[in-house]
Design a protein. Structure first.
Length: 259
């Protein structure tokens, strides 16, 4: 557990006592309802959306805990606390959007035909829908990802922690992200992603890295840390000798619902 040092000052004696209190006593958001949702309705990265919809009181509790965080409290948090908070917020909003439109149905128009009938992409303008109000502002998935997580934290590992309710996404983690475990949680998410052969694999004979288009969509984020191959090498199993000059081929992205 992390601790914060505080001073208790006596106005009469001029003496102060230094003591340690758990850091969480000062700050972190309450993710207890979110943990219940994950514990009850998530298995092997798949969500039982029907059951989540039926348990509307619990989902309302998740949203309430998130939306009740005050800006004064948020402003006192460390960078890792803020980053964990917004990752959780993205994943919660994605699930809320699915539940709000569940069961999903194919939309009208040519765009909808490109995606499975059961896909987040069937929700019109889903990326810009403002389904949550956080710190007094209505926010969408696009806003959380691009205006908060990418812009403020500049950590490419976030792309393997935020889950847009699709099988091509990273696997939804069975626990909330928390500041004092965030580094290990993010590293674990990247490792799981690049070691899933449906999302990344290396053919040494052709020196080709077949990889998820997530790396293409956010290429600039990976260039800031040495490029895609350099980034991936850190998380590949030790027995895979990924060449620095490997060619890259983009794999298909599965937009089917992670149900």
């Amino acid at each position: 557990m992390n601790f914060k040092r505080i001073k208790i000052i006596s106005l009469f004696s001029g003496i102060y006592i230094t003591c340690l209190l758990p850091f969480s006593a000062f700050a972190s958001a309450d993710y207890s309802s979110w943990q219940k949702i994950l514990g009850l309705y998530l298995k092997d990265g798949l969500v039982n959306y029907s059951a989540v919809k039926d348990d509307s009181a619990l989902l309302k509790g998740v949203v309430s805990q998130l939306e009740n965080v005050k800006k004064e409290k948020y402003d006192r948090w460390s960078q890792d606390e803020k980053k964990a908070f917004w990752i959780n917020a993205y994943n919660i909003e994605a699930i809320k959007l699915i539940v709000d439109h569940y069961p999903l149905k194919r939309s009208l128009g040519l765009q909808a035909i490109r995606y499975p009938a059961s896909s987040i992409q069937q929700i019109p303008d889903v990326w810009n829908k403002e389904a949550l109000t956080i710190l007094g502002k209505k926010v969408s998935l696009n806003y959380i990802e691009n205006e908060i997580l990418r812009k403020e934290f500049q950590d490419p590992r976030i792309h393997f922690s935020i889950v847009c309710a699709s099988l091509g996404c990273p696997v939804l983690r069975d626990e909330p992200y928390v500041f004092d475990q965030l580094a290990s949680q993010l590293n674990d998410q990247v490792s799981k992603f690049v070691q899933d052969t449906k999302k990344a694999r290396y053919d040494s004979r052709s020196n080709t890295l077949y990889i998820s288009p997530i790396f293409k969509w956010f290429k600039e984020d990976f260039e800031q840390v040495g490029g895609i191959v350099t980034f991936v090498k850190k998380y590949m199993p030790s027995d895979i000798k990924l060449s620095d000059d490997a060619k890259i081929q983009w794999m298909d992205y599965d937009w089917s619902l992670n149900e």
